[in-house]
Ligand binder design. Structure first.
Ligand code: HEM
Length: 138
């Protein structure tokens, strides 16, 4: 977001935007750890042996992931009337895509949690990873 656009936000929106940025940064660092631990360090291959730090990082992942979605949805809710009024189509689509992507992460994340990260559920885990990759790349 440019400085000019940032100035157009209300003080409350600026605070929520700042919160979303902090949460997203923490999520990025946390997710990098999960990727490193799972794919390079081999943690999780034996589910009976999960280091405490990995378990904590997973709890933080889920908690901050939910908070990130809540904050992003809150920002969108306070912002939607204005975006609709000024009819800036690209901004509208960007906003909808970001909130939809985080909603997919939330839903797929809960699915993985409740149904387990099994072979049958590999597709939903892949969807979770791909959407996260899309957000990181954009
Ligand atoms: C901003 C939001 C999120 C991002 C960017 C994100 C990203 C990721 C990524 C990339 C992985 C794969 C790690 C790997 O390959 O080892 C992952 C794993 C996982 N995520 Fe998320 N996620 C988010 C939100 C959530 C939420 C809200 C939940 C739960 C409600 C969740 C639950 C999980 C679970 C259970 C795993 C599997 C961990 C494992 O078994 O190794 N995620 N997440």
């Amino acid at each position: 977001m440019s400085i000019r656009n940032f100035r157009m936000l209300t003080p409350v929106q600026r605070r929520i935007f700042f919160l979303v940025t902090i949460l997203a940064t923490l999520m990025a660092a946390n997710t990098l750890y999960l990727v490193f631990a799972g794919h390079l360090a081999g943690i999780g291959r034996d589910p009976e042996v999960l280091p405490g730090i990995y378990q904590w990082m997973l709890v933080i992942h889920v908690t901050f992931g939910i908070l990130t979605f809540a904050a992003a949805a809150g920002f969108a809710a306070t912002h939607v009337a204005r975006v609709y009024r000024i009819r800036k189509l690209p901004s509208r689509y960007t906003g909808i895509t970001v909130v939809a992507a985080i909603a997919v992460l939330l839903l797929s994340g809960f699915f993985i949690l409740s149904e387990a990260n099994s072979r049958e559920n590999a597709w939903i885990f892949l969807a979770h990873q791909l959407v996260a990759l899309l957000i990181a790349a954009s």
